[in-house]
Design a protein around this ligand. Sequence first.
Ligand code: HEM
Ligand SMILES: *[C@@H]1O[C@H](CO)[C@@H](O)[C@H](O)[C@H]1NC(C)=O
Ligand SMILES: *[C@@H]1O[C@H](CO)[C@@H](O)[C@H](O)[C@H]1NC(C)=O
Ligand SMILES: *[C@@H]1O[C@H](CO)[C@@H](O)[C@H](O)[C@H]1NC(C)=O
Length: 209
Amino acid sequence: MKLSSLLSLSLPLLATAQTAAPYTDAKSGITFNAYVTSNYFFGLALPENATGSDFIGTIGGKGTGWSGASLGGQMRNKLLVLSWPNAQAVLSSFRKTAQYGSPAVATGTFTQTPIANGTYVNSTHWTYTFLCSNCIQTDGTTFKSSDTTASIGFAFSATAPTQKTNAGSAVSKHTSQGLVTFDLTKAKNANFATWKSWAAPKVARGFEA
Ligand code: HEM
Ligand SMILES: *[C@@H]1O[C@H](CO)[C@@H](O)[C@H](O)[C@H]1NC(C)=O
Ligand SMILES: *[C@@H]1O[C@H](CO)[C@@H](O)[C@H](O)[C@H]1NC(C)=O
Ligand SMILES: *[C@@H]1O[C@H](CO)[C@@H](O)[C@H](O)[C@H]1NC(C)=O
């Protein structure tokens, strides 16, 4: 077997050992605890005295494919966030599925509202920063606000969704996925309330940011 084949086989194992680290988005100035690679990133910011159900999230990727995160770690029966760029905009939705396969749009009391200067598409990457309200659930579909660490799932593909102008589009399977341990104490920030106040709907069309 060639060395390149061995390396690609070992990648999923390496990915499960990843952890999140501090990351500040250059355009918004918001600091997250984030899992960052050259092709994918997902970050969380929480209130300093976290007791509520809100967080600020950032998700992004390289090129024109999709990036997803599982707020409960595993893909199945957890609350997922699924986002992708369309020209200069970013589309995003909540998803949930009981089975492996393109997850259906999920509805509930949770909402996501973009933070404008943390949402952009540049020549290499796209970034979507959002207030996730009522997103920390108590039904086991997400981490809990009392958790000190959380297992967060990541998944991405370089292939754009079939209907990239529809936030509810089906997607093809990820080419990379795994679990990352987030130290939630490092996601807490005294500036949370200020950052939260920057969230505002940009357009009236669905989840488009
Ligand atoms: C057609 C679409 C999809 C298919 C067929 C699919 C299928 C699968 C399968 C079979 C696995 C187990 C590992 C493996 O055998 O590869 C998996 C894992 C995973 N998937 Fe998906 N998936 C899809 C879309 C998504 C989306 C949109 C997300 C996130 C928004 C996601 C998040 C994850 C995560 C975090 C894992 C790793 C944790 C786990 O195994 O549960 N998947 N997926
Ligand atoms: C991002 O936008 C907010 C609200 O408009 C603003 O207060 C903040 O200074 C901006 N961030 C940067 C780094 O300019
Ligand atoms: C585009 O944005 C990403 C995410 O903020 C950043 O890492 C990257 O350096 C930016 N690329 C360019 C060419 O500015
Ligand atoms: C968090 O609680 C500490 C201790 O009560 C307090 O000093 C601090 O101001 C609180 N932070 C915020 C953002 O309310």
